[in-house]
Structures are given as structure tokens and as C-alpha cells.
Design a protein around this ligand. Structure first.
Ligand code: GLN
Length: 537
């Protein structure tokens, strides 16, 4: 068993997650059985209760774990489903240790960060490594080296290296800023950050230097000299147009051979399964204008998996998705959506922005513009239909109005009264049954699918017969037929919404069927609009 640990220096947000994911991709496509885990040094137990504005999207795994969005990147680059064990937080580690202490399992000893917390960290890492029967486990440490929060984790990893007798590599990601009119590459921040790492007993084996342009030979030489890292292990990770190019950037600099040599590990030749995908992604033949409508649009990472799902569609169809980020509150009238070829109404919680989303859905329903609704987007489409087609006055979700006259979206009876805000939702992978003769059946081509969920509210069963009479087609349900999972409109191909999060299982070579259908519909819609314009009056 071998470990590659990715730490970060200088600044946060320099692409550590993409680099970790890229290493996973390179190794797993070179015949090395690879998986990944993320260490998040915050005290929250998991990302479930975190505001997307602070941490970006909450990513949901098959087992229902609510995790950091980096886990989504690992899954996409590895094409492998992970579970909650792949995410460690300070909250999880301390909770476990304190509970053990309360049970008396430490037999009276003083419980301390070293060794009790560090042992628990190592135990969790080894559990993932052993259960996955892996060749290499890539471990990304969140935050920046030198942060107080990450100290126990780095100490545990230092010990792990010693215990594993060198079968652990430290790969440190740093920034090489380019300054002045000459854009001179400055190596000092890298030197300083390696110094901080060495102070805690960690000598990096590989440096990944982020910069605007490829690292000059002089910068590489200086970095190697001052950090004691081999020149060929100083890797330049320069800016690229699309993050899916990063594995290629690393591979060309011999990163796979480097890791193989350090671990004395056999591996096969790297097989670039994304060659065609990247070609289409970087040279699309068509463009569509799509609005992503939500309340966290100020931070695009809040909708990371949707952005990625659209990348996957582009890489498979050659249709580029030009995204217009729209705050739901900004949708005041029909003019707000002029010039678009389709709208995606996003997941969300709480009432703010919901009326704007309802206006957007109404516009799409009335004008024939392609619509895709996900989770809250699905619920909003049901509310819009109830209000404006069925004439159900004040139709709403009981999430937004507890005394709504027509609670067309309502809470599950078993959830009433739940106080703990973590993990109380319907979470993770659940079976969805698809009905024959529907658009959903055309897209999935099978009666049963599994998709990931994260919601508390459902379509209220009392209203379903009437909704169907008025033209809603619930083309997907849960196994009992109680929970509605997919909504379509009769006689309409380009209006579809799902209670599940189709974006979470979207992968480069297996794009979300709903996102792909939506983009193909948007292109068709755009071409029809153009034909009308060209045809003249
Ligand atoms: N707020 C809604 C619910 O809890 C939708 C959740 C979501 O969009 N993820 O059911």
C-alpha cells in the first residue's frame, strides 16, 4: 500500500483539488488501483450544514454522506464511486475520540492530540486504504500548511510516512507569481512555504508549482536548489483553458514515471481515455446560451457539479454551454430571460429567490424554452404548474409557508419534528423506477436507475391525480410509487425536472442524461429561432 499526500502552500484556492484529481486520473489509467480521500481541517462534522457561499457545493455520495466538493472531482477524474470514509474532518476525528474517552476505552490515560488524535487520523486513512484493496491512495489535505487546524493531520501523516517506511510521498502545491511587466517568475513564496513544511518535519518529494505560464528553467533550477527537491520533481502546473487538461500537463512532465520510480512500483503505459473528449471540449462546433438560475450564483463553485455536467455534455457532443449566471431575485419579468436557449433551475433551501425561480419556470413553460429543474428546481416547477395551470391559489411548499392553502410540496411524515440539522434528509443513492412511453424512458432506456438525493420535501401525494389530469407526467417514482422523482409535461419534450441530483453522477464519458438532453434541446430551440429569423416575416 502506498500513499501520495497533497499539501498546499502560499495561498488557498490554487488548484490543489484539481491536481489531486489529476494524479488519480493518471495513476488509475496506468493500471494502478487508485482512490482518493480528503482531509478537511474544519470542526464541522461534515459539509452538510455549510453555506454554499463559504465552501461551494455540498457534494453527496452514494452512501448519503454530505461532503466537500473535492470528492466530486475525485469521482469524476477516477470514474469511481467513493464513500463517506473518504472524507475526514476535525469534527469526525474529535467526535470519535471523545466518544471513546466517554466509554472509558482509553483506560484512564490522559487523552491528547498526540497520540490519540493522530492515531485516530491514521486509523481512518488505513481503513480506506485497506478496504479499497488499493495500490495507491491519494490524500489531499485541505487548507494551507502553517494553519493551526491542519497541524494534527500533518503530524499524523509525518508519522505515517515513518511507519510505512517511505511508501508515502509528499507532494506540495505552491504558487509561483509572475510579477512586473516582464512577468518574472518569483520563487520566494515556494521557498518559504517549503520551509514551513520542513519545520514540521516534512520534506516534500514533489513540488507542483502553479503559475500563469510554464515554469522557466531558471525558476525550476532555483526552486530545486533551495528546496532540495530533484529538478525533475519540480513540476510546472501552468494555467490551461479547461481543468480537464491538467492530467495531460502533468503526464508530459513525467509525473507517472516519477511516482513509479519513487515507489519502485510497476505500472502500465498511460492510456488517455479522454483524448476525444478533450478534443470536443476544447474545439466545440456549436454554442448554446444557458442560464443557471439560483441564489448562490455569485460563487460558481456552489454549482460545481452542474458546471461539470455541462463540460461532460460538451466533451461528448461538441456543443459548448455558455453559462449566464442569474440570481433568482433578478428575474422580474419575461424580458429577464431574453436571448437564452434554455434555463436550469438549481437546487436550494429556503424561500429567498423562490418566486423568481417560479417566474422563470412559467416563462419556459409558456414560451417553449427548454427547461431543466433539479431538486428545488423540480419542486418549483410543480408549484408553478399548480398555481398557473391548475389554478390552485397560493400553492406552495410547506418549507416556505407552513400554513399554505395548497401545500403541493410537503414534508415526509417521518421527518416531522426532527431537530438535528445534520443528515436528516433523504440522502444518497436511491432506486428510481422509470415509466414506459416517457421522455425519461427514452433517455435512460431502462426501468430502474439509481441516482443521488438530498431533500426533505416531496410532491404531496394528495395532489398527484389532479396534477396528472392537468398534464403533468411523473415519469419517475421511487419503488413504492409514493415519491415523485421525474416530472415532464404532456406533449412537451424539452421540459423536464428531477427530484434527484442528476449532476452528481455525471462523468466525463458518461454525462448526465438529463443535462445532455437539455443541451440538445437547447440547440434545437436555438436553431428553430434562427430559422424563423432567417425566414423573415
Ligand atoms: N429544499 C428542498 C428540500 O429540502 C430542496 C432541496 C434541494 O434542492 N437540494 O426538499
Amino acid at each position: 500500500m502506498r500513499y501520495v499526500v497533497i499539501t498546499g502552500g502560499v495561498l488557498s484556492g490554487i488548484g490543489k483539488g484539481t491536481i489531486a484529481s489529476s494524479l488519480c486520473h493518471l495513476l488509475s489509467n496506468s493500471g494502478v488501483k487508485t482512490s482518493a480521500m480528503k482531509i478537511d481541517p474544519y470542526l464541522n462534522y461534515d459539509a452538510g450544514t455549510m453555506n454554499p457561499y463559504q465552501h461551494g457545493e455540498v457534494f453527496v455520495l452514494d452512501d448519503g454522506s454530505e461532503s466537500d466538493l473535492d470528492l466530486g472531482n475525485y469521482e469524476r477524474y477516477l470514474d469511481r464511486n467513493l464513500n463517506g470514509d473518504s472524507s475526514i474532518t476535525t469534527g469526525k476525528v474529535y467526535k470519535e475520540v471523545i466518544e471513546k474517552e466517554r466509554r472509558g476505552e482509553y483506560l484512564g490515560s490522559t487523552v491528547q492530540i498526540i497520540p490519540h488524535i493522530t492515531n485516530e487520523i491514521k486509523r481512518r486513512i488505513r481503513k480506506v486504504a485497506n478496504e479499497g484493496n488499493l495500490d495507491v491512495l491519494v490524500i489531499e489535505v485541505g487548507g494551507t500548511v502553517g494553519d493551526i487546524e491542519s497541524m494534527p493531520f500533518l503530524e499524523a501523516l509525518r508519522e505515517l510516512r515513518m511507519e510505512e517506511k517511505g511508501d508515502l510521498l509528499f507532494c506540495h502545491v505552491t504558487l509561483v507569481p509572475e510579477i512586473g511587466s516582464e512577468e518574472e517568475q518569483k520563487t520566494k513564496p515556494t521557498q518559504h512555504s517549503v520551509k514551513v513544511l520542513r519545520e514540521i518535519g516534512i520534506q516534500p518529494d514533489i513540488l507542483m508549482c502553479r503559475s500563469g505560464h510554464p515554469l522557466t528553467e531558471d525558476a525550476r533550477r532555483r526552486i530545486s536548489l533551495f528546496t532540495d527537491v530533484d529538478r525533475k520533481a519540480v513540476i510546472s502546473v501552468y494555467n490551461v483553458v479547461n481543468a480537464y487538461e491538467v492530467p495531460g500537463v502533468l503526464e508530459k512532465q513525467g509525473v507517472i514515471d516519477l511516482i513509479r520510480e519513487k515507489f519502485s512500483m510497476p505500472s502500465q503505459e498511460f492510456h488517455d481515455i479522454w483524448a476525444d473528449y478533450k478534443q470536443k471540449l476544447l474545439h466545440p462546433q456549436e454554442h448554446v446560451n444557458i442560464a443557471i438560475i439560483g441564489k448562490y450564483t455569485g460563487l460558481h463553485d456552489a454549482y460545481m457539479s452542474h458546471k461539470e455536467a455541462f463540460n461532460h455534455v460538451t466533451g461528448n457532443t461538441g456543443i459548448a454551454v455558455d453559462i449566464k449566471w442569474m440570481d433568482s431575485d433578478s428575474i422580474t419579468d419575461d424580458n429577464s430571460l431574453k436571448g437564452l436557449d434554455g434555463i436550469l433551475v438549481t437546487p436550494g433551501f429556503g424561500y429567498r429567490g423562490v418566486e423568481g425561480k417560479i417566474r422563470a419556470v412559467k416563462n419556459a413553460r409558456e414560451t417553449g424554452m427548454p427547461f431543466l429543474g433539479i431538486c428545488l428546481g423540480f419542486q418549483v416547477a410543480v408549484i408553478e404548474f399548480a398555481r398557473n395551470v391548475m389554478g390552485l391559489e397560493g400553492a406552495n411548499s410547506s418549507e416556505f409557508k407552513s400554513d399554505s392553502k395548497n401545500p403541493v410540496i410537503d414534508i415526509l411524515p417521518e421527518q416531522v419534528g426532527v431537530k438535528d440539522m445534520g443528515g436528516t434528509m433523504r440522502l444518497g443513492s436511491k432506486k428510481v423506477l422509470i415509466k414506459d412511453g416517457t421522455v425519461a424512458m427514452e433517455l435512460y432506456g431502462q426501468k430502474e436507475i439509481y441516482e443521488r438525493h438530498r431533500h426533505r420535501y416531496e410532491v404531496n401525494p394528495e395532489y398527484i391525480p389532479d396534477m396528472e389530469k392537468h398534464g403533468i407526467v411523473f415519469s419517475g417514482t421511487d419503488e413504492e410509487g409514493i415519491r415523485m422523482e421525474i416530472m415532464e409535461l404532456k406533449d412537451r419534450r424539452n421540459f423536464i425536472a428531477s427530484q434527484y441530483h442528476a449532476e452528481f453522477l455525471s462523468r466525463p464519458l458518461k454525462p448526465s442524461r438529463l443535462h445532455q438532453h437539455f443541451i440538445l434541446s437547447a440547440l434545437e430551440f436555438k436553431q428553430k429561432k434562427m430559422a424563423i429569423l432567417e425566414g423573415g416575416p
